[in-house]
Design a protein around this ligand. Structure first.
Ligand code: SIN
Length: 307
């Protein structure tokens, strides 16, 4: 039985249901040795900032039960080098590209949106609001509905492209639905969820936090039930808001949970470090999971767990 795996995130048509997750496949080039990156739903790039950035102190990663903790600190080349080297490579290779942006102030997000607006080859913008707001005692934008909405409204004012704008939501909140409402009011076309959960590992030989940055983002299968719950809650409250679901997806079976919860597409993240072919493999497995249940299109199962 052939299964139609095409889907969409608002106005963005996707030929495949699996995308990479921001931060897990750089700008896609490293994955090219493992498969044709142009056949993925999209590459979601590592969040880019205005200026080059060296990131946080080492160590930056720690293994945890069924997951990992990272504290990279948004290392990156800055937007100009990104446009010149990474985005041009992605365009030349016909890759559907979702550009993730991050800033320390609302004005920085706005400036990034303005700079990228007229750059060809961007299929969607993912606004990574899981960063500390330096103008508000380091409070993470995504944890405050007003700060999250301010960033989205500022990006929206500067974003002149027709490509959709997604807000990437953090699970480190009491009520993720209220944040989704807030960014929707501010003008997003969809949400990506979830980002990592804030965590810490203590090195008991040194009696200090293991990571150089002390805290880090927890990802991997350990967070999958949290992610599925968050997708389910947001889809229940805002059924018309497109969701790019992510959080610990390792298999087609895992991906199917996200579609049933209400995601329209999924990003494959941490598993890529151990299995770089995972974004393609998960799509193939999803096809088999759907066929074995008698579904002929992935679109037919979006939100089915809400019946
Ligand atoms: C990082 O570079 O530290 C990760 C950023 C994020 O999780 O959004």
């Amino acid at each position: 039985m052939s299964v139609d795996l095409s889907t969409s995130l608002g106005s963005l048509h996707l030929k495949a249901p699996t995308l990479t997750a921001s931060g897990c496949a750089a700008a896609g080039r490293e994955l090219a040795q493992f498969g044709d990156v142009a056949t993925l739903g999209a590459v979601v790039t590592k969040s880019i900032m205005l200026q080059p950035r060296s990131g946080r102190a080492t160590p930056r990663m720690a293994e945890t039960p069924s997951g990992m903790l990272n504290s990279i600190g948004l290392q990156g080349p800055g937007v100009e080098a990104f446009i010149e080297k990474d985005l041009s490579w992605l365009s030349q290779n016909g890759v559907t590209t979702v550009v993730s942006i991050a800033g320390e102030t609302t004005a920085e997000f706005a400036e990034l949106a303005a700079r990228l607006s007229n750059v060809p080859g961007i299929a969607a913008l993912e606004v990574n609001i899981s960063c500390p707001n330096v103008e508000s005692r380091g409070q993470v934008f995504a944890c405050d509905p007003y700060a999250a909405a301010d960033v989205i409204a500022a990006v929206r004012r500067e974003w002149t492209s027709d490509a959709p704008v997604l807000a990437k939501l953090s699970p480190d909140v009491t009520d993720i639905v209220s944040i989704a409402h807030s960014v929707r009011e501010a003008g997003v076309d969809g949400v990506s969820m979830i980002n990592t959960l804030l965590g810490m590992v203590i090195d008991v030989d040194r009696m200090k936090p293991l990571l150089g940055g002390r805290t880090g983002g927890l990802s991997g299968p350990a967070i999958r039930p949290v992610a599925v719950r968050a997708v389910y809650q947001v889809h229940a409250a805002l059924p018309d808001l497109p969701i790019l679901g992510m959080g610990g997806i390792r298999t087609g079976h895992d991906a199917l949970e996200f579609f049933a919860a209400g995601a329209s597409a999924v990003s494959i993240g941490t598993v890529v470090f151990g299995d770089p072919r995972a974004p393609w493999r998960v799509a193939e497995e999803l096809s088999s999971e759907l066929a074995s249940r008698g579904y002929s299109a992935v679109r037919d199962v979006i939100g089915l767990a809400h019946r």
